[in-house]
Design a protein around this ligand. Structure first.
Ligand code: 5AD
Ligand code: SF4
Length: 458
């Protein structure tokens, strides 16, 4: 944390003391944004704000935005409208930050259409939040703090984590890949890796606090660059697994083009690493992949995926797929279905291509009509869902190690946890086992979106 921000925390503290103020954060988008929101929460709590779920009850509202797909914009503008109504009856501070604020033209649009927004900040200025809140609440200013740079890394921000057992640790920021559909490199700047020692210090601290599961985050984790001692992602992953007390290690997202054998070996040799790896395919056709600037062919992806499945016993894969990229024909889309049939992904995050101004693909004239995109999306979904039962049934009668996460979301009387392959399992509570414990559970029933089991003694 920078010293001048500590000063603003003090000043806001003095102003807020005894007022019992509440904050609420709405996070859109990916886990990197979730992790940023945990840091925003950490800073706000240092300034005497207390968390409240319902933003209508809050004195300070933060929207942490995403811009990967277009529909996020409509959602945000709807939410800003709701806050406008709130502002008519009480004094609420509205701060909007994150990726969407880095988009060209967005600042002007908000300034013009929503002049009542108190603070706007971007992905490179989140660490200035104390100063910006100070200016908004004490100097009554409208603050715009967005800069377009490649970005620096700010260490040591306070953090208020969402879970007591599972924690995300960002290992690198930004992206250098410029996939032709993607806006991330424009709004998050170039790749920059955190020092490995600082990452390990954070992980050790988390283990001491009782955290059991760590997810290493980055836009492209396997191009992580360390130093002379811990050089690359494989070495970092291996070191994280050595931290005593941490039982599970996970990472998102890798890029297939950088998935080297040393990372595969580290996963194969470390049982702590989850047995699901997210390997974004995006498309299964080599021409489309080239135009997406993904730098691998259909065959290279298949070879990599099969090698991983062969070398890492018990591994399953999850993936991201975009349908309706500009110029994609029905035949080319069939190649995507082919890969899905061949790899049998355990989880697929499916997206309809969304045109993002400023990206190379947005300039193309051969955009795929909306109805065609939807037909392809439905086909892919149907294929995926036709495999779900079979994929779930393979767990029947197996014994799975689970991290107990708490009560089941759908059944108060049951506990819930996830397998090392990220399957949700519900089971009856056990007098000696509590959330945060790792337990062995025998799987007795397979349902579409969850499994049911019972705790057994090892
Ligand atoms: N349209 C649709 N999906 C996109 N993604 C990224 N950009 C776009 C876009 N313009 C998807 C990719 C990525 C995931 C996080 O979001 O599949 O892996
Ligand atoms: Fe976007 Fe590609 Fe970078 Fe992922 S790797 S953030 S899809 S540009």
């Amino acid at each position: 944390m920078q010293e001048n921000q500590e000063k603003f925390i003090e000043l806001v503290n003095k102003e807020n003391v005894g007022k019992n103020l509440k904050y609420s954060i709405l996070t859109m988008g990916c886990q990197l944004n979730e992790n940023d929101s945990e840091k925003i929460a950490g800073m706000l709590e240092k300034m005497q704000y207390q968390y409240i779920e319902d933003y209508k009850e809050a004195d300070l509202i933060v929207f942490n935005t995403c811009c990967v797909r277009e529909n996020a914009e409509e959602r945000l503008f709807g939410k800003i409208g709701e806050v406008k109504k709130l502002k008519e009856s009480k004094n609420v501070i509205l701060a909007i930050g994150g990726c969407m604020m880095q988009e060209p033209g967005m600042l002007e649009k908000i300034k013009k259409s929503y002049p009542f927004v108190n603070v706007i900040f971007g992905t490179h200025t989140m660490q200035n939040l104390p100063e910006n809140i100070y200016k908004a609440i004490i100097e009554n200013k409208k603050v715009k703090d967005v800069i377009d740079i490649d970005g620096e890394i700010y260490e040591g921000l306070p953090i208020k984590r969402n879970s007591d057992y599972k924690a995300s640790v960002t290992i690198m920021y930004g992206c250098n890949n410029f996939c032709s559909y993607c806006i991330v490199p424009y709004v998050r700047g170039r790749e920059r890796s955190r020092e490995p020692e600082l990452i390990l210090e954070e992980v050790r601290g988390l283990a001491e606090e009782g955290y059991k599961e760590i997810t290493l985050l980055g836009q492209n984790v396997n191009s992580y660059k360390g130093n002379d001692k811990i050089k690359n992602f494989a070495e970092l992953l291996n070191e994280v697994c050595k931290v005593e007390g941490i039982e599970r290690v996970n990472f998102i997202s890798p890029h297939p083009k950088d998935f080297t054998d040393d990372v595969i070996d580290v996963i194969a040799n470390n049982e702590k690493i989850t047995r699901i790896v997210h390997l974004p395919l995006q498309a299964g056709n080599t021409k489309v992949l080239k135009e997406m600037n993904r730098k691998y062919t259909k065959e290279q992806y298949l070879t990599l995926a099969k090698k991983m499945l062969e070398r890492i016993p018990g591994l399953v894969l999850s993936t991201d797929i975009i349908v309706g990229f500009p110029g994609e024909t029905d035949e080319e889309f069939e190649d995507t279905l082919d890969v899905v049939r061949e790899i049998n992904f355990e989880q697929i995050f499916m997206f309809i291509y969304s045109k993002r101004e400023g990206t190379v693909a947005a300039e193309r004239e051969d955009q795929v009509p909306e109805e065609v995109k939807h037909v392809r999306f439905d086909k892919l979904k149907e294929l995926y869902e036709s495999r779900v039962d079979e994929n779930n049934e393979k767990y029947l009668n197996t014994v799975q190690k689970l991290l107990i996460e708490g009560k089941s979301k759908n059944n108060e009387n049951m506990l819930e946890g996830r397998t090392s392959t990220n399957k949700v399992v519900i089971f009856e509570p056990h007098s000696e086992k509590k959330p945060g414990d790792i337990v062995s559970v025998k799987i007795l029933e397979a349902h579409k979106w969850y499994l049911k089991g019972e705790i057994i003694n090892d």
